[in-house]
Write a protein that binds this ligand. Structure first.
Ligand SMILES: [Zn+2]
Length: 447
């Protein structure tokens, strides 16, 4: 299946998690051994995170280099987990740095052309902090934690955990709730699903929680020649399609709730400062329950918008943006005060997840300049966006909803191999400038 262009996948594997399986406190003696192990593990994992972020490239097969009381196989697990954390940190940082260089270049270009806005400052780069592991989280392989079937009716599995003491593995019983059993049973065959051998243990608020995962294979239903719908994601409108439809918004109710929540937090912060001055020891917490509820509510609204969008485009294949730090900053700019970019990142994540689950073909495309490029003549200019909602091309005069213009660009990029091959934003820009010149030639006869 390798002829011409990309390989077409006909099925995909998705991994599902079953979370919040509580390790019962009745095993307090056993869990104490786990409690003893956790900080040692966390400290070692942190050492490798720092090492992989500063000295060496992340490598899950790295030789062991730090002294620890943990056995070799525990060290391997720590190295693997640390390499994963460091790898995503390095990728995010490299992307952000590339964005910064792009901003800097654009800034100097506009400076030369005398187009800088009043009081505009040169972009600066702030060095990123190394990730700090605060929560206890162990992503274990079956070399250190193995899940074994129980042969009694009182509980479902044994977790066999190697501890600091050699040859003294712990055996902790795992009892599933009816909810977990349902999640782990295949509804068609009524059989327990095959569970993956790597498990995750978390400790939060004094309780140990187990997460199990299993894989399902989903055939892709979308026909190979299905029409493409491009989806632009944003905050003012969660999803805008190249077919001219809009789904979900942060404005209205959600924004009002966010404002109320912010006010509440401000009052709380003032109260804390005041109490602190008076020497009060026990201060009210800064974390806000209503803030957490709001975040959940935003996510639910996003999920609903994604489902409606997919239902409204049966038989289509999906093209959506690979969001970079820069696009997120750009798109969230007007909303920064009341929305963190993490909510924006949830939209493409949910798109990827929902399409995979339903067997819909979905392709990520480059996001560079998708909101500044004219979908008709390819002219790229910030000035094409006189305001957040409007796109008005300075070259050909094309005028339309800004998000719809972006969605059209995204749809066009689905089969654009030339653009896919561009390694950075400069290359994308050069390509789009060339295309605009070709468009001009084709539309102006002699000039
Ligand atoms: Zn144009």
């Amino acid at each position: 299946m390798s002829q011409g262009g990309q390989k077409r996948r006909q099925k995909q594997t998705i991994t599902r998690s079953v979370t919040h399986i509580r390790l019962a406190e009745a095993n307090s003696v056993k869990l104490a051994a786990l409690d003893a192990l956790a900080p040692v593990y966390l400290a070692l994992c942190q050492q490798y995170v720092t090492y992989f972020c500063t000295e060496e490239l992340p490598n899950k097969f790295s030789p062991t280099i730090f002294d620890t009381s943990l056995a070799e196989r525990w060290q391997r697990v720590a190295i693997q987990q640390a390499a994963g954390i460091a790898r995503s940190w390095r990728t995010n940082k490299a992307n952000a740095y590339q964005d910064y260089l792009d901003d800097l270049l654009e800034y100097h270009n506009r400076e030369i052309q005398g187009k800088l806005e009043e009081g505009e400052k040169e972009p600066t780069w702030r060095e990123w902090n190394i990730p700090t592991l605060r929560q206890i989280c162990i992503q274990a392989t079956d070399h250190v934690i193995a899940l074994e079937h129980s042969h009694t009716d009182t509980f479902d599995y044994w977790l066999r955990i190697s501890t600091l003491e050699k040859h003294h593995p712990l055996r902790v019983p795992v009892k599933l709730s009816p909810y977990h059993i349902e999640a782990l049973t295949d509804p068609k065959t009524k059989q327990r699903r095959p569970i993956n051998t790597s498990v995750t243990l978390n400790k939060r608020d004094g309780t140990w929680w187990l997460t199990l995962t299993y894989d399902t294979i989903i055939p892709i239903q979308t026909k190979p020649d299905a029409p493409v719908v491009g989806i632009d994601v944003g905050i003012a409108t969660f999803l805008t399609t190249s077919t001219g439809k809009h789904y979900g918004t942060f404005h209205g109710k959600l924004r009002d709730r966010q404002k109320r929540d912010r006010e509440k937090r401000r009052r709380k912060a003032k109260l804390r400062a005041c109490l602190k001055k008076k020497g009060v020891q026990k201060l009210p917490s800064t974390s806000s329950k209503s803030g957490q509820r709001l975040a959940r509510h935003v996510r639910q609204s996003i999920n609903r918008a994604v489902n409606e969008c997919l239902q409204g485009h049966e038989g289509y294949q999906i093209a959506y943006e690979q969001l970079s730090v820069k696009t997120m900053k750009y798109k969230a700019r007007a909303m920064n005060a009341y929305l963190r970019a993490s909510n924006l990142a949830h939209i493409p994540e949910q798109l990827a997840w929902s399409t995979a689950k339903q067997g819909i073909r979905a392709t990520k495309v480059k996001s560079a300049y998708s909101s500044q490029e004219c979908s008709v003549c390819h002219y790229v200019d910030r000035a094409n966006r006189p305001n957040q909602q409007t796109f008005c091309c300075k070259a050909c005069g094309q005028r339309m909803h800004a998000d719809e213009n972006a969605a059209l660009n995204i749809a066009q990029r689905r089969y654009d191999e030339e653009l896919r091959a561009c390694t950075d934003r400069q290359a994308v820009k050069a390509l789009l400038i060339r295309r605009h010149q070709e468009w001009r030639k084709a539309h102006s006869g002699w000039s």
